[in-house]
Design a protein around this ligand. Sequence first.
Ligand code: SF4
Length: 65
Amino acid sequence: MRIELDQDICVGSGNCVISAPDVFDQREDDGIAFLLEENPSAERESAVKEAEALCPALAIRVHKK
Ligand code: SF4
């Protein structure tokens, strides 16, 4: 699984951090999300998929390898 996060369209809502705190975090200065883990293990899949679904900016894309 590979995650793409488009920081140019992220609006800093923080939903992804709530859904998958092991995979996403937010910059302290402006709240824009960044990846802690670009290729998370399969056990994180449901949390990552939830983050993708709940992102209001559609900034997260999850790719199967
Ligand atoms: S859920 Fe989407 S818009 Fe919100 S912080 Fe995460 S990537 Fe950014």
